[in-house]
Structures are given as structure tokens and as C-alpha cells.
Design a protein around this ligand. Structure first.
Ligand SMILES: *Cc1c(COP(=O)(O)O)cnc(C)c1O
Length: 301
């Protein structure tokens, strides 16, 4: 059983004509949990289920937690998601709809995460939101689908939070022989832990996460995200919160799909024509999605 679905690959004529290149959208926003996360999380959960896990534990009140909750429901394995008291009612409602037990603990993710780890027994599987080779392996399947559809990307655009999506896409490109394909990565200015790490050549821990793209708000990216930048061309970009939000609005009009500012950051690279894409023919954009946004919340940003 695979918990993620094969997502559409759609050509964007609006973004293509704006940037003078063919733009292909991998519509991960269509995944049942609302983001690409179910690919890796689903893969990891199935792995742990096979090994006999009796419960899944997550400390994400966002898309990773939702993916764990979805996977647990589908595999008939109970899920506990520990979230800090800053988590929105909507997120808790969505987690509850999936049947997860939502435990509110602490004032920050660090406190919630510590508590989540403390309740883990040997029968439980803790599902990390981005730093786990099982996740990367699962995420990589989106590239298998793209290649199987007959489209070979000359460059890929995606968003970076903790770097799990990046590590998975890198693995997917690698296993399809696309070892030289560059990846352009987007963060918002207030969440630029990856750009800082690339500039310093070492992992950087941000003092604080600023702005609205909290889904990208890993203070420090995973080791693998930095390591793979020595193996393939990775080019970092940052965009403002305003640019990310207006890209979400434009995308809703152009492609009738609502995505989070975390995803808007990548789309803003194209709406803002921030990259010289002349050397390329076919650009693949990972439309990573996100469930914590509504039309109303996007309007209020
Ligand atoms: C998790 C997530 C990201 C960032 O992925 P990482 O693996 O943490 O880099 C980007 N966009 C959305 C919608 C997400 O859910």
C-alpha cells in the first residue's frame, strides 16, 4: 500500500511565458494530507508499521503532523501529535478530523517536542518532520513520477524548511541519473537557515524565526541538506513575506489551487522573475502545498 498518490504534472503557461521557459508544476498540493509530506511520512510510517510499531508520535502541528495523522488513520495505528499552545485551532481541528490525539504541551515547539520524545516507548515510532533517510526515500518518488511521465527537468525549484524535501528531490534526481540537475531553493528572509548554512559552509542555528512562513521555520537544517550541496549545484534565494503571499494569490488565480506561503516562496521566484532561466528548457516546480492556510487567512496576511 502506498499512502501518497500520483500527483498531476501540469504545464504552467502563465509562469512559462513570464520566464521564457517551460514550467512544469508537480502538484503535491493535491496529496490527501495537503502537502508532499505524506510521501516521506507515509513511507516511514509503513516501514515502522511493518516493524511492529503500535503508535506513531509527532510533534508537528503543521503539515508533517497532518501527514502522520493521515498515515495512522489509513494504517489503523493510533497517532499522538504533541503541539505547543501557539498552535492554531484550525490545525488542531484538522488533526482531530484525522483521528489523532492532540496533546497541547509547552509554549514552543522545543517544549512540545521534548515532551513528545519523553512519552515515546519502545512500541512507538517517532516521526521526524524532515531529518530521516526514510522520509527522503519516500519524497524521492515524486521525481520518479516526473521522469516516468517523459519530462526530464533541466532544473528544479523548491522550498526549504529543514531540508527534507530537498534531500528527497536530490535522491530522486540521483536515482534517475540526473546527477547534474541544479536545484534552486527558496526560503523567506525570516527563515533562511539554509542560505546561512550554505554561505558559512556549516550548519547555522537561527536565533529566531521571523515572519509568516512558519512551515519553513526550522532554526537549523538537517546535515544532509548541507552535505548534498557539495554533490550538486544548489542555488539559494530568499523572498520577502509579501512576495510569498502575493505569489500564493496569483497562483490561486492562475491554477485554482490554494497553497501556503511556504510554497509561495518558491512560486515567488517565478512570479518575480528572480532567476535567469535562459540556460534551461524545462523547469520543474515542486508545488509543495500546505494545509494551514485558508483564503481568509491569506487575505489577512
Ligand atoms: C514541510 C514543508 C516544507 C519544507 O520542507 P522541509 O522538508 O522541511 O524542507 C515546505 N512547504 C510545505 C508546504 C511543507 O509542508
Amino acid at each position: 500500500m502506498t499512502l501518497s498518490i500520483v500527483t498531476p504534472l501540469i504545464e504552467s503557461l502563465t509562469l512559462g511565458s513570464k520566464n521564457d521557459v517551460n514550467v512544469w508544476l508537480k502538484m503535491e498540493a493535491m496529496q490527501p494530507s495537503g502537502s508532499f509530506k505524506i510521501r516521506g511520512v507515509g513511507y516511514a510510517c509503513e516501514h515502522h508499521a511493518t516493524k511492529g510499531a503500535k503508535r506513531f508520535i509527532s510533534s508537528s502541528g503543521g503539515n508533517a503532523g497532518l501527514a502522520v495523522a493521515y498515515a495512522g488513520r489509513k494504517l489503523s495505528i493510533p497517532v499522538v501529535v504533541v503541539v505547543p499552545n501557539t498552535t492554531s485551532e484550525r490545525a488542531k481541528y484538522l488533526l482531530g478530523l484525522e483521528g489523532a490525539s492532540v496533546v497541547t504541551h509547552g509554549r514552543s515547539w522545543v517544549e512540545a517536542n521534548q515532551y513528545a520524545l519523553s512519552i515515546c516507548t519502545e512500541h512507538d515510532a517517532f516521526i521526524h518532520p524532515f531529518d530521516d533517510p526514510l522520509l527522503w526515500h519516500g519524497h524521492a518518488a515524486m521525481i520518479d513520477e516526473v521522469v516516468a511521465s517523459g519530462m526530464t527537468p533541466d532544473a528544479v525549484l523548491l522550498s526549504v524548511g529543514g531540508g527534507g524535501l530537498l534531500a528527497g528531490v536530490d535522491e530522486g534526481l540521483y536515482r534517475n541519473g540526473l546527477t547534474e540537475t541544479p536545484i534552486f531553493v527558496a526560503e523567506t528572509e525570516g527563515t533562511a537557515s539554509y542560505k546561512s548554512a550554505l554561505q558559512k559552509g556549516t550548519l547555522v542555528e537561527l536565533d529566531e524565526i521571523l515572519g509568516i512562513a512558519t512551515t519553513l521555520g526550522a532554526k537549523k537544517v538537517c546535515e544532509r541538506a548541507l552535505e548534498l550541496s557539495n554533490e550538486r549545484k544548489v542555488i539559494p534565494f530568499t523572498v520577502s513575506d509579501e512576495e510569498a503571499v502575493s505569489a500564493c494569490r496569483a497562483f490561486l488565480n492562475d491554477h485554482r489551487t490554494l497553497v501556503e506561503p511556504a510554497c509561495g516562496a518558491t512560486l515567488a521566484l517565478l512570479y518575480g522573475k528572480k532567476i535567469d532561466l535562459k540556460p534551461y528548457k524545462n523547469i520543474l516546480v515542486i508545488v509543495c502545498g500546505g494545509s494551514t492556510v485558508t483564503v481568509e487567512s491569506l487575505q489577512s496576511l
